[in-house]
Design a protein around this ligand. Structure first.
Ligand code: ATP
Ligand code: MG
Length: 395
């Protein structure tokens, strides 16, 4: 099936008028008749709180049945986007479609959407059955069907037989499972999850990551997940939307956003990449020689011939750096500033040239280098990404 999630940035796009016709004229929400229609589509969305613009030119098409994560720092607009899908916040520009239908004027209660929040938001005085059955009763589902659907949903979240318990008799993780059961029991078109794991302890969080992903795959539901935790995003998502200050920085698979960050922001937000500033001193179609501000010269792969004198940043992931006498082409002599022993690997902060500290995360083989020791770090020409003077990846 073609992937409908386009790798677009937040840059203004041409012809929104033609685009709106395409959406309005697409097949109505009949399953099967709309193979290519995105489950959710945003076109050039703007959202403002009073004069403050929280989201700008946000465009995104989400493929049916996929798991998409909005990832970004606090305040970048993730919750605002989710709220706009549910109809809890008004958009001031652009349009949102769910299953090919524009929903700009569809009220909250008519949007078929499941919601899970960070705080479980269960009704404290209702038992588990009544909490989970809430959305079904609201939709006037016959009583016998309610019994069956609640039972199935509780089996799905691995809490069968818990119908009579009160939320206060459940652990945080169990409450979040009930919140999930309540959100999926009426088979919504889209499931929205806003930092659902952040109130849980580390072990429970990892367990629930796997659990949520499993349920999403089993039900085939389209899920939009919000987090500021990069590991959560990388491990759970089909696609990640990296956001910064109300706009999209990059959309891609976990591998794409990690391996080929489109901007300096993405490189730094996902995994704290090393950013080595420099100037191109020589270049051909495939390679560039860069004089680093720290004093050394490196030769790196380049997608095109760069102009000598151009300011660039060489981005290298800590995991791509070889430490010690390994035979890599770009070798930087340095001194260990700190060593963090992690069992199977070690993280070294290495000072190169007295002005730049490089972070290397390397499997342990042999002796561990200690603070103050002289050490080489190295990387191959293809182990890095080049950014231009504006912090955008050179393509
Ligand atoms: N009701 C509101 N009134 C005014 N400003 C708001 C309102 N809600 C959010 N904002 C502002 O809009 C911006 C985006 O907020 P939003 O809650 O979407 O961020 P977020 O990415 O979900 O952050 P977090 O990770 O902290 O939950 C923030 O600057 C926030 O202060
Ligand atoms: Mg939020």
């Amino acid at each position: 099936m073609p992937d409908k999630l386009t790798d677009q940035t937040s840059k203004p796009r041409p012809s929104p008028a033609g685009a709106s016709q395409a959406v309005a004229g697409s097949a109505a929400a009949r399953p099967g008749a709309e193979g290519g229609t995105p489950a959710v589509e945003f076109r050039d969305i703007d959202i403002a709180y009073g004069k403050f613009v929280a989201v700008r030119d946000f465009s995104l098409a989400i493929r049916r049945g996929s798991f998409v994560t909005l990832l970004g720092p606090s305040g970048c607009g993730k919750t605002t986007i989710l709220r706009s899908i549910a109809g809890l916040v008004d958009i001031s520009g652009g349009q949102i479609s769910i299953g090919g239908r524009r929903v700009d004027d569809v009220p909250i209660y008519k949007r078929n959407i499941g919601l899970v929040f960070q705080s479980y938001a269960l009704f404290p005085h209702k038992n588990v059955f009544d909490n989970v059955a809430f959305g079904l009763k609201y939709r006037n589902v016959p009583k016998a069907d309610i019994q069956r659907k609640v039972r199935q949903a509780l089996e799905m979240v691995r809490l069968p037989g818990s119908e009579k318990k009160l939320p206060s008799q459940l652990s945080g993780g169990q409450q979040q499972r009930i919140a999930l059961a309540r959100a999926i029991v009426f088979e919504p078109e889209v499931l929205l999850l806003d930092e659902p794991l952040s109130a849980l302890d580390a072990n429970m969080r990892e367990e629930m990551r796997v659990e949520i992903k499993k349920i999403q795959k089993e039900t085939g539901i389209t899920a939009i997940f919000v987090t500021h935790d990069q590991e959560e995003a990388l491990s759970m998502s089909d696609r990640i939307v990296v956001m910064n200050a109300g706009a999209v920085e990059q959309i891609g698979t976990p591998e794409e956003v990690y391996e080929t960050p489109a901007t300096a922001f993405v490189a730094d937000f996902l995994g704290k990449a090393n950013m080595l500033a420099g100037t191109v001193s020589a270049a051909d179609q495939q390679t560039a020689t860069v004089s680093l501000a720290a004093g050394q010269t490196v030769t790196v792969a380049s997608p095109r011939a760069l102009a000598p004198g151009a300011a660039v940043t060489v981005v290298v992931r800590p995991q791509k750096l070889a430490v010690g006498p390994a035979a890599t082409s770009n070798r930087l002599a340095g001194r260990v500033v700190s060593t963090s022993y992690l069992g199977s690997s070690a993280i070294y902060e290495v000072d190169i040239g007295g002005r730049t500290t490089i972070r290397a995360n390397t499997p342990i083989s042999g002796k561990i280098a200690r603070e103050g020791e002289a050490i080489d770090v190295g990387f191959g020409p293809a182990d890095c990404v080049l950014l231009d003077e504006n912090g955008s990846r050179i393509a």
